[in-house]
Design a protein around this ligand. Structure first.
Ligand SMILES: Nc1nc2c(ncn2[C@@H]2O[C@H](COP(=O)(O)OP(=O)(O)OP(=O)(O)O)[C@@H](O)[C@H]2O)c(=O)[nH]1
Length: 364
């Protein structure tokens, strides 16, 4: 009976748009809803999974490759099935796609699922309002992603003035006419916008959830884009970096401050030699850079783990440069060298922002 099926909601959006932040918000705000989560990150270190761990009823991380490139749907099917088993008591399953995912491929997999306990609950596309024009210039295929969405979250509106936000809103509405759009800061949207309304009656105004047939019509487009290199993956490389020894703050900051424009996304956790008791969550999205220090969770190794994603980057040189940031003699590094890092730490002045809404894990 379709009415009892567990909806599977897909959250997608370009690199750094705020998918994990939105997911963390939903997990906290939708207290009465038991959410099962599948998190698919681009690299082999699943930073996103680390960022939601501990806040979720049931989570399955997927590393090493984007789900949308999986040859068949069976892997995804098996995971969804695990979460949908009655003993898990899950009300809704949310899949966070990687920032380079091709949402149509994932929708197709979900619609093809023969699991009778689930039903595709729609695609929610997160848009970074502040980066929207630049991202669209580089990747016109983003329009196709917006058109596949059932709901759009225009995120990061705090990073621009009201007129600019309105202009982006109108552009987005023009690309995907009829699709509900909600403006948000730090992914703070009413969970009902994603969970209940998205899985509501298919005939209400504005609702145009894609059917399998719609996707097959777009297949042509999709195949072409894979082959012609239009798929977002085709243009991007990633570097993963792990170190058991802490980093030298100045050397690491120099590397970040001079990062090439193509290095669009950096995320992870850093350990710095002069501040051994704190773990520095790190996010760079385009030119934006921020560190979020929190105490190291008890029992967790004080290890630096980073994922760097970019286009036209020299991955070998980047790995070498990162290795050169490792400090073999942590005790000899002076504390004042942390000042450069602290420039990128948010001050508590951001009163209206609940820091727990950030993608970094605050619930130690
Ligand atoms: N100013 C501002 N920053 C935000 C907002 N939402 C998210 N961020 C920040 O943007 C950065 C990236 O957020 P994430 O939630 O990790 O983005 P993501 O889409 O999951 O990233 P990928 O999985 O790498 O594609 C983090 O530093 C967030 O704190 C927002 O509304 N305003």
């Amino acid at each position: 009976m379709a009415g009892n099926r567990i909806p599977v909601v897909l959250i997608a959006g370009f690199l750094g748009s705020g998918k994990t932040t939105l997911l963390n918000h939903l997990l906290r705000a939708g207290r009465d809803t038991r959410v099962g989560v599948i998190v698919n990150d681009f690299g082999s270190i699943n930073i996103d999974a680390l960022a939601v761990a501990g806040q979720v009823d049931s989570m399955i991380p997927i590393e090493n490759g984007c789900l949308c490139c999986a040859a068949d749907a069976s892997e995804l099917d098996a995971m969804v099935d695990r979460l949908a088993r009655p003993s898990a008591g899950i009300d809704v399953i949310v899949i966070e796609a990687s920032g380079l995912a091709e949402p149509q491929s994932m929708i197709r997999m979900l619609l093809a699922s023969e699991d009778e306990r689930i039903i595709y609950g729609g695609l929610v596309e997160v848009v970074d309002a502040a980066e929207f024009d630049a991202t669209r210039d580089r990747h016109p295929e983003i329009d196709r992603h917006l058109r596949a969405a059932d709901a759009l979250v225009l995120n990061k509106t705090d990073r621009m003035d009201a007129a600019a936000a309105q202009r982006v809103l109108e552009t987005v509405r023009g690309i995907a006419p009829g699709t509900p759009v909600v403006a948000a800061e730090y992914g703070r949207v009413d969970p009902a916008f994603l969970f209940e309304e998205r899985t509501g009656p298919a005939d209400r105004a504005g609702y145009h959830q894609l059917s399998f047939a719609d996707l097959c019509t777009e297949d042509h487009d999709h195949t072409d884009c894979h082959e012609a290199g239009g798929h977002l993956h085709a243009a991007y490389d990633s570097v993963e970096f792990t170190s058991e020894l802490p980093l030298h703050p100045r050397r690491f900051l120099d590397l970040l401050d001079t990062r090439p424009a193509g290095l669009y996304r950096v995320k992870g956790f850093a350990a710095f030699a002069p501040d051994p008791d704190r773990r520095y969550g790190l996010h760079a999205v385009g030119a934006f850079l921020r560190f979020t220090p929190t105490p190291w969770p008890a029992g967790e190794p004080r290890r630096t783990q980073l994922v760097l994603i970019g286009t036209g980057i020299d991955t070998a040189a980047l790995k070498e440069a990162l290795a050169a940031c490792v400090e073999p003699d942590p005790a000899g590094v002076e504390e004042h060298l942390m000042l450069g890092v602290l420039r990128y730490v948010d001050q508590p002045a951001e009163e209206h922002r609940d820091p727990r809404d950030d993608a970094a894990p605050y619930e130690d």
